[in-house]
Write a protein that binds this ligand. Structure first.
Ligand SMILES: [Ca+2]
Length: 96
């Protein structure tokens, strides 16, 4: 049991690390990772991968707060308000 949980923690740590390493190094690569259907734009669901990542990192457990912030951040980064975040919009609003 102890070995199993150590394994799971290691896997989670690796996942979190790869996400953050990619995000810091290269927003284009990070965008591709989030764009799971490869459409070239992030919808609200795909952008949630990013929201979940940093909210988990900060230990946010309040579901209402998470959902509200996720929607607000999405709106802010969707520069032209068409309901998706294009690669251009994503890069423009990265590291701010
Ligand atoms: Ca847009």
């Amino acid at each position: 049991m102890k070995m199993m949980s150590t394994k799971i923690i290691t896997i989670i740590a690796l996942l979190v690390f790869s996400f953050s390493a990619v995000a810091q190094k290269n927003p284009v690569r990070y965008f591709k990772k989030l764009d799971t259907d490869q459409s070239g734009a992030l919808d609200l669901d795909e952008f949630k991968g990013h929201s979940d990542y940093w909210m988990d990192k900060r230990g946010w457990t309040d579901e209402d707060r998470r959902a509200r912030t996720h929607k607000n951040t999405f709106k802010k980064r969707d520069g032209n308000g068409d309901g998706v975040i294009s690669k251009k919009e994503f890069i423009k609003t990265s590291n701010k």
